[in-house]
Structures are given as structure tokens and as C-alpha cells.
Ligand binder design. Structure first.
Ligand SMILES: C[S@@+](CC[C@H](N)C(=O)[O-])C[C@H]1O[C@@H](n2cnc3c(N)ncnc32)[C@H](O)[C@@H]1O
Length: 237
């Protein structure tokens, strides 16, 4: 049992190390490969083509194992409104969009204009429409205060994927809480580097006091549940 877990862990760490150690990630090269090799209109084909690209090139997209955890969370939460911080080339956006319930919407935030533009094209190639998603080409700090203008006055976020800058996670989470944008039964998925767990220390410290239901879902994935009694210390794990 331990050998299987250890092998999976080593594979994931190796995958991340390869991404970091090899040549620089090239958004345009990822886009061209996926655009020309996938079947247009088929989200699963687009995702498989991303995975194929990542086997031989550096990539910042979630790896398939992380993607499966994300799928499980999206299926369980069945969110009507999702916020993603860190669109990059659109891999995780497509993973989320293909599992949203009817009427579900994704707002995805990307500060790099070229990535945002190329991601938008790939999300459209996968067959999704602008009624289902919107890319905000801004930093998370700029986008979050203006989110209610995109969500509508009473809408709340049922699921948030943070895969942008771990140094920004705590500030963004506090801002989202202060603005009352999290749904009481919502869920936050945080992607962190297994090689750099320290980047999450401030966030984990904040979540410990008061106790907050946070659990590790995979070596690089934490799940945080936004119960409404989060701040009175009654619920925790
Ligand atoms: C790891 S990649 C995201 C990968 C994506 N979730 C996927 O699986 O395809 C991180 C992205 O976050 C963007 N980013 C970094 N800091 C940001 C910030 N403060 N606000 C918005 N985007 C940011 C980077 O430009 C980069 O494209």
C-alpha cells in the first residue's frame, strides 16, 4: 500500500521538478500544440492533448492526478459559480467547465495578457461559450474587489481554485471573506508546490487560528471548506 502511495508521490514530485528544471514554460508553444493536435469541440480531447504536451515539455498546468482531485471536488460541490485565480493556458478552466451543472459559470483571472488571450481561444476551441465563462485579464488583487459587478448583487462563489501566486493566497482569501463573496457551503482548493511548502505557511497559520476545516487532498493540493461557523472555532480538522 505504501509502495503505491510513494510511487505516486515520487511521480508527482518528479513531474513538478521537470517543469521547473527544464526550459522555460512557453505559453505560445503550449497553445499551438494543443490547438493543432486536439479535436475541436471535444473538451476531453483538449485536456488529453495538454497532458500529452506536458509529458515532453515544461508546463504550469495541473498534472492529471491534480486534475482528478479537482474533478472530484467540482462533481461533489456542483457549483453554480466558480472563481479560478491563475488561468494560464486554460487547462484547469476546461476541466472545471466540462463538469459544471447547467447554468454554472466560471470567472477566471489571469494577469498575463498573452496567456489570457491564448487561454480564451483554447476554452472556445474546447466548445465552451462566453455565456459560460469570462476571463478577467487582471491581477487577483485588482479583480477581486470588482467581482460583484460580474457576479450580480446576491451571487456567491461556490468554489474557488487558487493556482496563481502562493504569496497572494492569504491576502486574496481574506479579501474574498471580507467582501462576503464566499458561499456559506463553498469550498476553496489551493494548489501549492510540494517543493516549496513554506510559501503556504502564512496561510496555514491563519487557518489554524481559529481552527478551520482544511485537508490535504494530494501532495500539492489543499481543500478548505467555507462553513459559515468557520470563525468561531467550533469546526476544524
Ligand atoms: C500555475 S499557473 C496556473 C495553471 C492553471 N491553473 C492550469 O492548470 O492550467 C499560474 C498562473 O497564474 C498567473 N498569476 C500569477 N500571479 C497572479 C495574480 N496575482 N493574479 C492573477 N494571475 C496571476 C500566472 O501568470 C500564471 O499564468
Amino acid at each position: 500500500r505504501y509502495r503505491v502511495s510513494l510511487t505516486a508521490l515520487c511521480r508527482r514530485v518528479l513531474h513538478r521538478l521537470l517543469k521547473l528544471a527544464r526550459r522555460k514554460v512557453c505559453v505560445r508553444s503550449t497553445h499551438s500544440f494543443v490547438f493543432s493536435n486536439c479535436t475541436h469541440g471535444k473538451p476531453d480531447s483538449v485536456l488529453e492533448t495538454f497532458d500529452l504536451y506536458a509529458e515532453t515539455h515544461p508546463s504550469l498546468s495541473l498534472c492529471p492526478q491534480e486534475g482528478e482531485v479537482l474533478d472530484e471536488v467540482v462533481r461533489r460541490v456542483a457549483p453554480l459559480c466558480v472563481l479560478e485565480l491563475g488561468t494560464h493556458c486554460g487547462y484547469s478552466s476546461i476541466r472545471i467547465l466540462r463538469l459544471l451543472p447547467p447554468g454554472g459559470r466560471l470567472l477566471t483571472v489571469e494577469q498575463d495578457a498573452q496567456s489570457a488571450e491564448l487561454a480564451e481561444e483554447l476554452i472556445l476551441v474546447a466548445g465552451f461559450k462566453h455565456t459560460q465563462f469570462q476571463i478577467l485579464t487582471q491581477s487577483s488583487a485588482e479583480a477581486i474587489p470588482a467581482l460583484s459587478s460580474h457576479l450580480g448583487p446576491d451571487a456567491r462563489l461556490d468554489l474557488i481554485l487558487m493556482d496563481h501566486d502562493p504569496q497572494q493566497y492569504l491576502l486574496d482569501l481574506l479579501l474574498l471573506q471580507r467582501l462576503g463573496l464566499l458561499s456559506p457551503a463553498g469550498c476553496v482548493l489551493l494548489v501549492c508546490s510540494p517543493q516549496d511548502p513554506r510559501s503556504l505557511f502564512p496561510l496555514l497559520e491563519h487557518l489554524r487560528a481559529p481552527a478551520c476545516p482544511v485537508r490535504a487532498r494530494a501532495p500539492g493540493l489543499l481543500e478548505l471548506n467555507c462553513h459559515s461557523d468557520r470563525h468561531d472555532g467550533r469546526e476544524g480538522s
